[in-house]
Write a protein that binds this ligand. Sequence first.
Ligand SMILES: Cc1cc2nc3c(=O)[nH]c(=O)nc-3n(C[C@H](O)[C@H](O)[C@H](O)COP(=O)(O)O)c2cc1C
Length: 185
Amino acid sequence: MKKRDHPVDDVRRFLEPGPVVLVSSAWKGKTNIMTMGWHMVMSEEPSLVGCFIWDRNHSFEMIRRSRECVINVPSVTLATRVVGIGNTSGANVDKFARFGLTAVPGRKVRAPLIDECHANFECRLVDSSLINRYSLFVFEVVKGHARATPKFPRTLHYRGDGLFMLAGPTVGRYRRLFKREMLRA
Ligand SMILES: Cc1cc2nc3c(=O)[nH]c(=O)nc-3n(C[C@H](O)[C@H](O)[C@H](O)COP(=O)(O)O)c2cc1C
């Protein structure tokens, strides 16, 4: 296959994980929401998720200090609000009010769930050792909530440069080739 050089600072276009999520937090009586594309599953048991949270975001200190957040999974119906939340700092704005979202109390954490999102994962910070160096927060999901239908919601996936991919069909045609045991450490 013939290929061209590709800039190493643009691998996100190919490797960016999905879906774009909304991370909600609470600290000193205030709540906040940020949009996040850079996250990855690190373990199933315990359920660990690594998240890149830029230190210039208002959420950074709120989550570092409270040691909690909720990872909320929006579907395409919330796309405009997902971008708006990512364009706004929570330093002076109540994003729940500004974007007309409903805060629901968490069962295990003080950070609120976003009711309009398809799924909500309550998280506790379990490893802060990579925050100073990489802005990488390692969370354990301690409680999950998800709608039963649709099973695979139409999620948003960021491709950089203001472009989004919308989740397409889920197919079972490769399932017979799949060896589940090969995916476990
Ligand atoms: C599609 C999209 C993906 C984003 N991904 C991240 C991310 O992975 N990490 C991050 O720190 N900021 C990310 N941002 C930027 C934050 O959402 C943005 O800075 C936000 O305003 C932070 O809010 P806060 O200052 O109230 O915490 C993303 C924004 C958008 C629109």
